[in-house]
Design a protein around this ligand. Sequence first.
Ligand SMILES: [Mg+2]
Length: 182
Amino acid sequence: MFEHFTPQIYIEDVFALPVGFLKSKGIKALLLDLDNTLTVWHAEKVPQNILSLLRRWEEQGMKLCLLSNNRGKRVEHMAQLLGIAYVKNANKPSKGGYLRACEKLEVLPAQTAMVGDQLLTDVCGANRAGVYPVLVKPIAKREMRWTMYFSRNVEKLIMPRVMQNLKAAEKASALTYTDNSF
Ligand SMILES: [Mg+2]
């Protein structure tokens, strides 16, 4: 149980993303959550170190697309600042947004990883779409009320089982989620 909510990798933040390892798994594209993954919730600006990171990932051959449940113009604005493609109103954890993003980047779901901070949306949707799920710790505690009062509490309840699954998978693949050495 809880397989849908189990990421393949759990890392401190986006800077710890093991791109070389993902490439060795055949991953060619990254779908990126916005709020509390790349920037703080509701940010209108992008930190320079995030911009540099995205350019580095591109140099390493990764195609990038923002995948956000936000509906407003902000997603477009942020994607423009980030210099990457976007899919807004993604309706995560539904599969549709993931598949639209894969189409946009001309990759298959199996060649794609999702990087996000929420089990109930980012990770669950990725597993449903056949995309490789990577969980990051949220940048800050400030977020949408629904997330704060509902999603994070559900996460707390299911996290022990999710971590059990993750540890078992890591044991099987000899990978530890704190291992950034690849
Ligand atoms: Mg988020």
